[in-house]
Design a protein around this ligand. Structure first.
Ligand SMILES: Cc1ncc(COP(=O)(O)O)c(C=O)c1O
Length: 285
């Protein structure tokens, strides 16, 4: 793995290494969290779901009324340029802020150009088909009301993971509860299975995960029924299988919630089937 200093980067129109990037202390991303981001995985130099990630970036930018001097195709070609075929797994991060203004004001700046940073870093896929599964705990969803925007203002998500850490559950997951329903996790979408029917919360004030979408498409190709509803805590505690999805951890099985085993207490057969199908999709990317 290369050290952070030599990671390839693209900053405000120029290619450089990450250590050469210098961002102003007056940048609104730093001052106000006035910024959005994406992370796109790549395998053996091939991006997975890049089109969907860039589309979501464009939607996040539109929702915060920020326009970029780069087209979709420009961004795609920068993402590709930052990859190395020698790396098995890489992540391309895209960070865009509303830029720098000398005066500190909440309202949008009048003349600032957006700050844009892309960089890639190698990573290890966290688990394989024999993955043992994680534990999860319910937590109140403290986030704001526009969770469909992939903003870098992640305080609610950070506090959720910090609470787990303080309770001695550093490697476990939080299941975020809003109005008595479980909507997603702080960095992933939620799926559960009961009596061979798969459930996932609808895209209603949650992040529209690219992995969620890929898994939904795999489910539609399979013989399983999918219902887009947010489960209650009781439904999840009585589920046969539960897993979370995101671009980095893929399909992450949850084998216990609040200390109660889910199903057999092991990653279940439907997770196994979809996880294998997802691996095939990656191999074809
Ligand atoms: C709150 C939240 N939900 C879901 C996801 C999963 O999104 P994706 O599958 O596009 O990585 C993420 C990823 O960062 C997230 O932060």
């Amino acid at each position: 793995m290369s050290d952070d200093k030599s990671l390839p980067a693209f900053y405000n129109g120029e290619f450089m290494t990450l250590s050469q990037v210098s961002i102003s202390p007056m940048d609104r991303g730093f001052l106000f969290g006035d910024s959005v981001y994406e992370v796109v995985p790549a395998f053996h130099g091939q991006l997975l779901g890049a089109h969907e990630h860039l589309q979501r970036l464009m939607q996040s930018l539109a929702k915060i009324d920020l326009s970029l001097p780069y087209s979709f195709d420009d961004l795609m070609s920068v993402c590709q340029s930052l990859l190395s075929e020698q790396q098995t797994c890489e992540l391309v991060y895209i960070q865009v802020t509303r830029g720098v203004e000398a005066i500190r004001k909440h309202r949008f700046p009048v003349t600032a150009e957006p700050t844009i940073l892309l960089y890639s870093q190698p990573y290890d896929v966290p688990f394989a088909l024999d993955y043992q599964g994680s534990h999860a705990y319910f937590q109140e969803d403290l986030r704001w009301q526009k969770c469909e925007i992939k903003t870098t203002s992640l305080m609610g998500n950070i506090l959720a993971y910090q609470q787990l850490y303080q309770q001695g559950h550093e490697n476990d997951e939080a299941l975020l509860v809003r109005d008595e329903l479980v909507v997603e996790a702080p960095s992933s979408n939620l799926f559960m299975v009961k009596d061979k029917v798969i459930y996932t919360p609808p895209l209603d004030n949650i992040l529209a995960g690219v992995t969620r979408d890929l898994v939904v498409k795999l489910i539609h190709k399979s013989s399983f029924d999918l219902k887009e509803i947010s489960p209650s805590k009781a439904m999840l505690l009585n589920a046969d299988e539960v897993w979370l999805t995101n671009s980095i951890e893929e399909l992450k099985p949850i084998i216990a919630i609040e200390g109660k085993s889910i199903g057999s207490g092991k990653p279940g057969p439907i997770w196994q089937q979809l996880f294998s199908a997802y691996q095939e999709l990656k191999a074809k990317s």
